[in-house]
Design a protein around this ligand. Structure first.
Ligand code: AMO
Length: 435
């Protein structure tokens, strides 16, 4: 007899009643009632109900054991999708699973964050937990699709690097064959150099920050969605690409994670045709912060998020013109409006706030070799220390800029998680190196 092809739980509804079926998945739940017992099977597409004779119920493998079920598709309006499996032969595909640390079959997981994180290989199996990563994966598809269509080339740059890119403080040093090296804090230097090759590039990859603070928005390793493009006029051209990317990520979720959106009952962000922009100095005024403040504090970001929602009905707000003194040396000074005498106080860079949290940093970069040399010397360093990076500029680089978006922050705000760790498969932080 021909072996029966596997049917996925999510496709069982389309099988004609009376047809033989073969399902594979984990035992999600065993339910023993007086007259009948059920095995609920879970696979990557959802749940399927298998009807078991009470006499056979005690032989069912325990919850979470992977099984194969061969039986008959049978109409039952009460079953998920209106079809269940009857007359089953259940075969365990592994030894009986240990009792899970949390009851995965409950519609909502009643467990605190430490339990969820300590047992991540098991707790991610819960449909509502796994749905969060479905959002991340779908967002990545939208990110790539948007940029591929706009002529960008996907690149991958080294994660073991010679020097810090963002600031010296939070970099992990490693032993590289007996000499010091660092885990990349961002692909910044490489994505810029590759603009000289491809003109438009993007990278999706891990970056490392030795964050000394234990906060709900920082990880020691996160997924950075980096974009860089050449021949821009200023950072506003970068913001326009960012707008398209955000819209594409939302579309990705709608196309590939509709089930997760429904499961989690989400309000997806609305990406306005133009993202509202305010100047950093206006942002300080709005939140009542002193005018010499070099950065926005988390409570300022929250207040600005609420203001953007009220004023523009927008989940997003771009703040442009951050003070040069808090931005990395590759940042281009403000060119649009000379807001202060000398005008080098402000920069052509921006942060994008999403629902009151910094999601993106970006801007225009320096592109002339002499500007780099001056900026590096102004930091008290020697350009020679950046010789390999500066090669690109010596050999001609166009005006360019880009941005980086933190994937875990994006998902955390979409699901309105209190802690970024809830949107991270296996978080790394000050205290956590396992699982
Ligand atoms: P920045 O350092 O601001 O900019 O990082 C960009 C974005 O990455 C996310 N992010 C983090 N997410 C989780 N844990 C962290 N510790 C963490 N640190 C940052 C945030 C942030 O907005 N090279 C520049 C980008 C550029 O200009 O292209 C950079 O890395 O969402």
């Amino acid at each position: 007899m021909k072996p029966i092809e596997r049917t996925l739980a999510g496709h069982l509804h389309a099988v004609a009643p009376g047809e033989p079926v073969r399902l594979c998945g984990h035992v999600h739940r065993r339910r023993e009632l007086a007259a009948v017992s059920f095995l609920v099977l879970r696979d990557r597409t959802g749940l399927a109900q298998v009807v078991v004779k009470p006499a056979d119920a005690q032989d069912l493998p325990p919850e979470e054991t992977p099984v194969e079920v061969v039986g008959v598709a049978t109409a039952n309006p009460q079953a998920p999708g209106g079809v269940e499996v009857t007359a089953p032969v259940v075969t365990a595909l592994s030894e009986p699973a240990h009792t899970p640390p949390v009851e995965l079959w409950r519609p909502e997981l009643a467990a605190g964050l430490p339990t969820l994180l300590d047992h991540a290989p098991v707790t991610w199996r819960h449909p509502a937990v796994r749905a969060r990563w479905d959002l991340a994966a779908a967002s990545l598809r939208g990110f790539r699709a948007t940029l591929d269509a706009a002529g960008f080339t996907e690149v991958h740059s080294p994660k073991i690097v010679e020097s810090a890119t963002e600031s010296g403080a939070d970099v992990f040093e490693i032993d590289y064959f007996g000499r010091p090296a660092y885990l990349a804090q961002s692909p910044q230097f490489y994505k810029q150099q590759l603009v000289g090759v491809f003109e438009r590039v993007y990278e999706v990859g891990p970056v490392f920050r030795a964050e000394p603070h234990d906060t709900v928005r920082h990880l020691a390793e996160y997924v950075s969605l980096d974009v860089e493009l050449g021949f821009i006029r200023d950072h506003r051209d970068v913001l326009a690409v960012l707008r398209e990317v955000l819209a594409g990520m939302r579309t990705g979720i709608e196309m590939y994670a509709a089930g997760a959106v429904e499961r989690l009952d989400l309000n997806l962000p609305v990406v306005p045709p133009e993202i509202p922009v305010i100047h950093f100095s206006e942002a300080l005024e709005l939140v009542g912060a002193p005018e010499d403040e070099p950065d926005l504090a988390p409570e300022h970001e929250r207040a600005l998020g609420a203001w953007a929602r009220e004023t523009y009905d927008s989940d997003f707000l771009a703040v442009e013109g951050y003070p040069m003194r808090k931005r990395p040396f590759y940042t281009h000074a403000e060119s649009r409006q000379a807001r202060s005498p000398g005008s080098s106080r402000w920069s052509n860079s921006f942060d994008l706030l999403f629902r009151g949290l910094e999601l993106v940093t970006g801007g225009q970069r320096l592109h002339r070799l002499t500007d780099y040399e001056a900026a590096i010397r102004a930091r008290g360093e020697e350009p020679a220390a950046y010789a390999s990076y500066l090669q690109a500029f010596a050999h001609g680089m166009p005006p360019h800029g880009g941005f980086a978006l933190g994937l875990e922050r994006w998902v955390a705000r979409i699901v309105e998680a209190a802690n970024i760790r809830e949107a991270t498969l296996f978080p790394r932080d000050l205290h956590r190196l396992t699982p």
